[in-house]
Each structure stands twice: as C-alpha cells, then as structure tokens.
Design a protein around this ligand. Structure first.
Ligand SMILES: Nc1ncnc2c1ncn2[C@@H]1O[C@H](COP(=O)(O)OP(=O)(O)OP(=O)(O)O)[C@@H](O)[C@H]1O
Length: 625
C-alpha cells in the first residue's frame, strides 16, 4: 500500500477478475474512509466526562462511541463535519478537565467499522427477538425460543459454520446462504477479525485492513452487507407489526396470515397471549366456534351458502394524544346460518357497536374478515351494502327515515314494499302511513326503523337495541315482527334486555371487553353457567353484612357468592349440587331469627344471572391478566 501511495497517480483495486474501484490514492481514501477514529485513554471513572467533552467538541456533527473498555474509548468522527482542529480541541478540553493517559487519531479501520456494525447487529438481534415474539402466544415460549436462537446460532457457528469456513473446497456461495442467518454472519465477522488479528500479531502486521474487504476469501464484504440489509428489513417489519397498520402493505402480512390461517394479518402478541390461554382453558364454546368457522372456511363454496361467517375480526382504534391503542374487538369468530337470530349481550363499552360498524362497512377491520353469504367484507362491500338491513341510532334513524318517507319519488319507487313493511309493523292503518315521520312517537320510529331494515329481503339484519324505550305492547308487536322476519334472513341484535334476548335469540354470545366469553342457546347457557340457585333476600340496608354472613354460614362448605347487593336487597348464587333446598330454607330461617327479613325468594338462575356472573368473571380475569 505504501508503495502504491508513493508511486501511483491512479490506483485500481482488481479483485476476482474485475476492478472494484478506480481513482487516485486520495480519492479512494476519501471515498472509503469517511471517518476519523479518536482514541483517548483516561482512568475509567472519567470515561463519561470525556465522552461528553468529545461530543461537545464535535457538535453539531455526531461523535459515535464505537468502543469503550477500562478507560480507553474510541469515537468515530465524520471527516466532513469535524476537522482536525476540532479533534485537537476535544483532546485539549479533555486534558484540562480530566487526566488523559494517552490519545491518538487515525483513519477508521475496518475493525472499527465492523465493531460499529456488529453493535447494530446486536440491536438487530433484539429486533429479531421482538419479531419472533409476535409469532408466539406465550411470552415464555417466545423467551425460550429467543434464548435457543441466540445461543444455538453461536454454538452452531462454532461447531458447524467454522468447519465450512475453514474448508476451502466448500462453495463460498453456500457459505453466504448460511450467513443469511444473522447469528451466523455475526459469528463469521468475529471469526475473520480474530484470524486477521492473530495472524497480524504473529507476523507483526496490523489486523484486518480496509483493502482486506475486497478479499473474497474472508467474506467480510458479504457479512457487512448482509448484516446491514437484514437489520434494515427486520427493523421495518418489526415496526410495522408493532404498529398494526390498518392497511396491508406487504406480501409479508399475507404470508403471516396464511401461516396462522387467518385472513389478513398476524394478531398482536400481547393481547393474544392472555386471550388464547383463556379460550383454550376456560371457554370451550368459543373455542369450538373458532373450529367451526375454520371448517366452513375450508370448504368455502359449499360451506358459506346462506351463512354469515366472521373470521377472527379485530378492531383496534389507534391511541391519540399519547393514549394507548384501544383493542375494541379481539379476534371475533362466529358462524350464523339463515333463519337464526343471534343476540350479542355485553356491558357498555364491550365492543358491540364496533363489531356492527365493521359488519356494515362503517369501520374497517384492523384484522380478519367476515363473509356474508360468501361475499367478503374486505372486497365485496358494495354488494354487501345491497344485502344488509340495519336499525340505526335515534338521530341517524330520524334523518334517514325523513329522507326516505317524505320524499315523493322514493315513496313511489318503493310503494309496494313500503305498504307491506308498514303493515308488518302496524304503521299502515289509521292514517299512520301518511304521516310525516317527524310526527311519529319514539316507539313508532323504532318500528319504522325495523320496517326499513327489512325492505328488500336483506340477507342479514343488524339491530342495535331495537326495543329500547318501547312500552310493553309496542315491544311485543316489534318482537312479533322480528320473529317473522328472521325466517328469511339472519338477524344479529345487540341488547341490554335479557328478556328480549331470551324471547328472540336462537343463540346468544356474552361479549365482554372485546371478546366472547360464552356462546350458546339461552337454555344451554343457563344450564352451563346457571348451575346455581339464586337466593334473593331483602333486609334493612344496615343488616346487609349480617345477612350475608348468615347465608354464607348456612351454605358452607359450598360457597355463597354474592352477585348483587343494592339497598338491602342481596342476591346469592348457591351451587345446586352443594346446597340443597333444605339448606337454603335453613339460611333464611337463621337470617329471620337474627335480623328483620323484609322479603326473600329462591329461583333458578336466569339469563341475567348468567350475564352478571360471566361479565364479573371476565372483568376479574382481565384485571388479573
Ligand atoms: N372511534 C373510536 N376511537 C377510539 N376508541 C373507540 C372508538 N369507538 C369506540 N371506542 C372504544 O372502543 C370500546 C368499545 O366501544 P363500543 O362503542 O364498540 O362498545 P359497545 O359495546 O357498543 O358499548 P355500548 O353498549 O355502550 O354502546 C370502548 O372502550 C370505546 O371507548
């Protein structure tokens, strides 16, 4: 090199039958050696102070600390941003402030570059670990796999890769293929550096130099390129997965989704972690429903006829103003057939509206999809619009109804259907049909909303709390209409009325915190979750605690779970098996003797009791998770 620099006006580096670079010695050094390395040694306790002084002297250019052991630190300073004057200034400042034991400035060596890149590679391993973690439902599994990867790749590198590196007959391109595994490329880099360093020590040469990068035998160039490219790609992928975009930009998401037999994107690891375990262990009916959905999806054409199939639907609202993201619907799977009315029961904020909004195209699923008689929510929304009916919230309903019913043209257009629909909901006779909707009562508007939803023989009708605010008569009229209508379509209704759910629904799902906690017919649910009797006992409020103690003592050793308690009226769930009716009466007698009992009763668990118990358990579980 010295000779070339001394004699040659232009230099060409010729490797493997071709020039890899051409230029004057100065040009080449400027192009390939863009940094200076400042090495500075102080007592170890002054390391931080020196780093600060060097950073300040180099500013605004960055001083990247590429090495630091026992007081000796190396900083990479960009040639363009930091002149030699600034470097000497940094050293002078350091000398004035701390005892500097030695220092030097040199052009960046290949070793410096590798150390910097290898440092990035460590970050890259961490990125890779995050990426792996998104594939596993259990944190423990992800951790174990992560450790196996880190240690395994190092051990394999030593046991396997090393032999191939040293075997000069082994094809180099296969070696490069193996180095696609990040742990292997890191191993190769370290191995080569160590080889050059030990050879240098024996022969009095410096370690690996920049020119050695062009030596195809050491493979250093491939290693650096591989590490850099993979680092960028994986960082991007990990970022995309972590931010769960609503768009599906890469083939990668398709790949991930097919791998997990899911239609669009890989679920978020943390949320799935708890819910999956819960499904498997605690919610056999929900787990079974997932299986049914998967079976239907397998036999697509046949299976989807006359079916509404939701497959792993999720809705994530991105957090705003530094609030965390809100996962409103977490992987909902459901299969409903024509003629079925499905009731979705859930407390406020459970995610029912978010689910319906996805189904009617008002919100895009973050993940997953649904099929309405084979039409895919993601692709065939225009056709789906023509096949759905919907009862809307108050303001929207009034607006939509006014447009539809007071507009002469649309009236003519729909006249046959309108008449039939109005008759169905008792709004045709007695002059109601000619009235403007603005003059309708709340109950009439609700019935009208149902009538509108049923026009045009929709395949699926969504009803959001259809009977809220209706008197008993209007409500039973409406229920009759719904029962008649469900023969020709599928109805999905959300309600807070257990009576309504029990009356109308063939199947019910209790939906809490974005997921189903149980699914079944009202009878099944009561039998499964209502293996209890409900003892209701009313005392003056100040005697509540005493009453509860007496009931607990009478039921013992079986538990008496207090499921409700307001103003002296308490409800206790007593297991049928553990507590006979005799024990229940005993409890009441004991309570009567000790405190004034104003009233009491015992009944089988109702759907409401099931709902309260499931919602309570689900919330307790969420708190624990
Ligand atoms: N546009 C939105 N942006 C952010 N968060 C939202 C948005 N819409 C709903 N949420 C949140 O998602 C969760 C579920 O809301 P959703 O309205 O779907 O519940 P719900 O079961 O319909 O409630 P309710 O019975 O009260 O109507 C709630 O925590 C709510 O705050």
């Amino acid at each position: 090199m010295e000779e070339a620099e001394e004699l040659c006006d232009r230099i060409g580096i010729f490797v493997n039958g071709e020039f890899h670079c051409l230029g004057t010695p100065k040009e080449l050094k400027a192009r390939y050696g863009g940094t200076r390395i400042l090495t500075i040694t102080t007592p170890p306790e002054h390391e931080a102070a020196v780093a600060r002084l060097v950073a300040a002297a180099a500013a605004p250019a960055p001083a990247v600390r590429v090495y630091g052991v026992s007081g000796t630190q190396k900083f990479a300073l960009p040639r363009r941003g930091v002149g030699l004057g600034a470097v000497f200034g940094a050293v002078e400042a350091a000398r004035a402030a701390v005892p500097v034991l030695g220092w030097g400035v040199a052009d960046a060596t290949l070793e410096d570059v590798f150390v910097a890149v290898a440092k990035e590679a460590r970050a890259f391993d961490i990125v890779l670990a995050f990426l792996f973690a998104s594939f596993f439902s259990s944190v423990k599994t992800a951790t174990v796999i992560g450790y196996i990867y880190v240690f395994g790749s190092s051990l394999l590198g030593e046991a396997l890769l090393k032999n191939f590196i040293e075997d000069i007959t082994f094809p180099r391109r296969w070696l490069v293929m193996m180095e696609l595994v990040p742990g292997f490329s890191l191993y190769r880099g370290i191995y080569e550096l160590a080889e050059y360093a030990s050879e240098g020590r024996n022969m009095g040469k410096p370690g690996m130099q920049w020119v050695d990068l062009n030596d195809p035998v050491n493979g250093m160039k491939d290693v650096l390129v591989l590490i850099s490219v993979e680092w960028i790609i994986l960082l991007l992928v990990a970022f995309l997965l972590a931010h769960r975009p609503t768009w599906q930009p890469l083939f990668l998401f398709g790949f991930l989704s097919t791998k997990h037999s899911s239609p669009s994107r890989k679920p978020d690891k943390l949320k799935r972690k708890s819910s999956r375990v819960h499904i498997d262990m605690e919610k056999p009916d929900v787990f079974l429903e997932r299986k049914v959905v998967k079976r239907f999806l397998k036999v697509k054409e046949m299976g989807m006829r006359n079916m509404i199939i939701c497959h792993n639907l999720r809705k994530m609202y991105p957090g705003k103003n530094r609030n965390p993201d809100k996962l409103a619907v977490r992987g909902l799977s459901l299969a409903l057939r024509k003629g079925q009315c499905f009731g979705m029961l859930g407390p406020n904020g459970a995610g029912k509206t978010s689910f319906i909004n996805m189904m009617i195209g008002l919100a895009k699923p973050t993940y997953g999809t649904a099929y309405i008689h084979g039409m895919d929510l993601r692709k065939d929304m225009n056709e789906i619009y023509a096949n759905i009916g919907l009862t809307m919230g108050d303001s929207d309903r009034t607006r939509a109804s006014n447009v539809l019913w007071t507009n002469e043209e649309s009236h003519r257009c729909y006249s046959n259907k309108v008449e039939e629909s109005l008759k169905n909901v008792n709004l045709f006779h007695n002059g109601f049909g000619d009235k403007s909707v603005s003059k309708y009562s709340g109950g009439m508007k609700r019935r009208l909303s149902v009538a509108i939803a049923l026009i045009g023989n929709p395949k699926v009708v969504y009803m959001d709390e259809p009977s809220t605010g209706l008197d008993t008569r209007s409500r039973s009229d409406l229920w009759r209409v719904i029962k008649r209508a469900k023969k020709d379509c599928t109805i999905i209704l959300t309600t807070h009325s257990m009576e309504e759910a029990e009356e109308l629904c063939d199947r019910i799902g209790i939906f809490v915190n974005g997921e189903f906690h149980c699914l079944g017919t009202p009878k099944e649910l009561k039998a499964r979750y209502g293996g209890t009797r409900i003892l209701t006992i009313t005392t003056p409020p100040e005697h509540e605690a005493a009453g509860a103690r007496l009931v607990a003592a009478a039921a013992a050793p079986a538990p008496a779970v207090r499921v409700y308690g307001v103003s002296g009226t308490q409800k206790f769930a007593l297991p049928r098996r553990g507590v006979g009716l005799g024990a229940v009466f005993g409890a009441v007698e004991a309570a009567r003797a000790a405190v004034p009992v104003l009233g009491w009763g015992v009944a089988d668990a109702t759907l409401e009791d099931v709902f309260v118990a499931v919602a309570k358990e689900a919330r307790a579980f969420d708190v624990l998770s």
